[in-house]
Write a protein that binds this ligand. Structure first.
Ligand code: DI6
Ligand code: FE
Length: 415
């Protein structure tokens, strides 16, 4: 049995000599740029934020933690991962280097279905043991909330197993985990050629059962020509809404299916990938308050050339999040900071956009905007101290794992 990570100590007290990242905090008393700040934590929650020379007397006697003049940001939020799966697919990496397209690999029995076979063959304990090192890589970089999808089980038994593993990972590491049911990720082999029958099974049997077991926080669909149609997506969303579950969508990754507009009609939390997002989709997302989740790791791995419509999203003020999309096929990425760098370098996001993308906009994509992604009084204590003075350094450096101090759910998870 994998031992839970023992938190080193309680984070309660005054965190002094901090420099707060612009736009990622709300202070009780204004903090000027460069002014040393203090964050006060009591019973695991932030109770005050402001200049360290104006800490209220009521907190003066609390233990002091030295922030070391470091940059403080909210805990990072990885809002789109397929972190739980069996095996790996390095062989496909080699196949694509030899010229096979992602769709050709899928048609040759590789792709998602090969991970399905490996996931079905693995026990719950084996999936935990395989996922923990991947989760620890992300946690070491200050992730304090993460979304974990199913979608490699594609049956009641194995989708349940994936979602149970996701819940257990959160408990083992004391990290906020939001689970997303992605039963409509691919057609399982036993339903080859019978897509509608499988979607009926997903909507009638699998989703209601797992929702009743409290395993589902949101529902997602891979809406794409090599996956599920708009009509099938609509059916899954109708079933989700009937169960009171919010939805999100893998939308417009390889083509424009107008999936984002459909998702927005259902008040989707987010539409993700969106390289082929249309003006109509942007307007629909804007009107619905749906977050655009950018996944530069998949874009990079697939050597995609179709950039998401960043200028259009920016002009429409659609919140943009950035995530690893960690999965064994198109984005075996284990660094959210690298994704911030790639969002700037490949997608031309500004540094403030990229940092909001891995904190407050990512929190919104999970419905966690009131408790994650911002340093402010009244929220659980989830923040990171970086060996940096300027926020731009978080997107500038890449390929390293900065030695950071992580406060996660009110404990010092990494000193
Ligand atoms: N789009 C993707 O890029 C991943 N899933 C999806 O809907 C691919 C997942 C995999 O290849 O295992
Ligand atoms: Fe994905």
């Amino acid at each position: 049995m994998t031992q839970a990570a023992t938190p080193s100590s309680c984070a309660d007290g005054r965190w002094l000599d901090l420099h707060l990242a612009p736009e990622l905090f709300i202070a009780d008393i204004p903090v000027a740029d460069g002014q040393p700040a203090c964050v006060v934590v009591q019973q695991g929650r932030i109770v005050w934020v402001g200049p360290q020379d104006q800490v209220p007397a009521a907190y003066a006697g609390l233990p002091a933690h030295d922030g070391g003049a470091r940059l403080a940001t909210p805990g990072l939020v990885d809002c789109h991962t397929h972190l739980v799966y069996g095996g790996e697919r390095a062989n496909e990496f080699a196949m694509r280097l030899a010229g096979a397209t992602y769709e050709e690999v899928a048609s040759a029995g590789g792709g998602i279905v090969s991970s399905v076979r490996a996931t079905r063959a693995a026990s719950e304990e084996e999936l935990i043991a395989q996922a923990l090192p991947r989760l620890d890589q992300l946690l070491a970089e200050g992730v304090t909330a993460i979304e974990i999808k199913s979608g490699y089980g594609l049956s009641l038994e194995h989708e349940r197993k994936q979602l149970r593993v996701a819940r257990r990972l959160g408990k083992l590491r004391g990290v906020t985990v939001r689970t997303t049911f992605l039963g409509a990720h691919a057609l399982p082999p036993e339903y080859a050629g019978r897509s509608q029958d499988y979607i009926d099974l997903v909507c009638r049997d699998i989703m209601p059962a797992l929702a009743a077991e409290g395993l589902i926080d949101a529902v997602d669909v891979f809406c794409e020509r090599i996956a599920f149609s708009l009509a099938e997506t609509e059916q899954v969303f109708q079933a989700a809404r009937a169960l009171g579950l919010p939805v999100k969508l893998h939308a417009e990754q390889l083509s424009n299916m107008e999936g984002a507009a459909l998702a927005a009609r259902h008040g989707a939390l987010s539409c993700d990938h969106i390289e082929h997002l249309s003006e109509n989709g942007i307007a629909a997302m804007r009107d619905a308050g749906t977050v655009a989740v950018l996944l530069p790791g998949a874009f990079y791995t697939l050597r995609d050339t179709k950039l998401p419509p960043i200028d259009g999203l920016r002009a429409a003020q659609v919140p943009m999040a950035v995530s690893t999309d960690h999965n064994p096929g198109t984005s075996p990425a284990l660094s959210l900071l690298l994704m911030a760098n790639m969002a700037c370098t490949l997608f031309r996001l500004t540094v403030p956009e990229a940092l909001a993308g891995i904190t407050r906009h990512a929190a919104r994509a999970l419905g966690l905007q009131d408790e994650q992604g911002l340093i402010a009084a009244g929220r659980p204590a989830n923040f990171v101290l970086w060996p940096a003075r300027h926020a731009a350094e978080l997107a500038y450096w890449f390929g390293h794992k900065p030695e950071c101090t992580v406060v996660r759910q009110g404990v010092i998870a990494k000193a």
